[in-house]
Design a protein around this ligand. Structure first.
Ligand code: IMP
Ligand code: MG
Length: 196
């Protein structure tokens, strides 16, 4: 286990098995439409999508979408910004069956914003898939069509998920140690009035 993790939450074997299973669920529901258009949200979903599509025997195109919501060392959403210049999604999605894919559903702000943006481009159908869904009983999360794992409300990294853009390469998903987060935030936050 990486030294910065408090514990491994989902190991690589469990990830591999469940992602293959999720692909079966997606094929079962979307396999009849002929062709699907995947819209993965960068950067967190890259490893999930890479593994998922190799279990999806459906004709597909992939258009990447870039969104920022957790700049730097923040661990809560700071509002969603769509990076249109980095988006390869066509303006007109008429005739297409779109599957929006993200790494993790937390508040739902990201999925909501991107879903609205895609819906406005008029796809024939629009479905959503996430690798992880955080339990947030304190708020109303949007419904998603496909979820690989429901997880407790903790900050997790690995298998594509990052903290300050690090740890995406860890093969397992783990809970990041609170003191690691704290130290990084202390380094990057400007000194407060009392501290200076
Ligand atoms: P939401 O907009 O609050 O649903 O947050 C979703 C986005 O925040 C995801 O696309 C992730 O990039 C990021 N995120 C949320 N929770 C975590 C986490 O525990 N680890 C890493 N990234 C996270
Ligand atoms: Mg993300």
């Amino acid at each position: 286990m990486h030294a910065d993790l408090q514990r491994v939450l989902i190991d690589r074997e469990t990830l591999a098995q469940r992602v293959a299973e999720l692909a079966q669920e997606i094929s079962g529901q979307l396999g009849q439409v002929g062709e699907i258009t995947l819209v993965p949200i960068l950067t967190g979903s890259i490893i999930f999508v890479a593994d998922l599509i190799r279990h999806l025997p459906i004709q597909m195109q992939i258009h990447l979408m870039s969104v920022s919501s957790y700049p730097g060392t923040s661990t809560t959403s700071q509002g969603v910004t769509m990076n249109h210049a980095l988006s390869g999604v066509p303006d007109d999605l008429a005739g297409l069956h779109v599957l929006l894919i993200d790494d993790i559903l937390d508040s739902g702000a990201t999925i909501n914003a991107v879903r609205d943006e895609l819906q406005a481009r008029g796809p024939d159908t629009l479905h959503t898939a996430v690798l992880l869904r955080k339990e947030r009983p304190d708020l109303v999360q949007p419904d998603v069509d496909f979820v690989a794992f429901d997880i407790p409300d903790a900050f997790v990294v690995g298998y594509g998920l990052d903290f300050d853009d690090y740890y995406r390469n860890l093969p397992d998903i783990g809970v990041l140690r609170a003191d690691v987060i704290q130290r990084a935030q202390d380094r990057t936050s400007p000194p407060t009035a009392e501290a200076s």
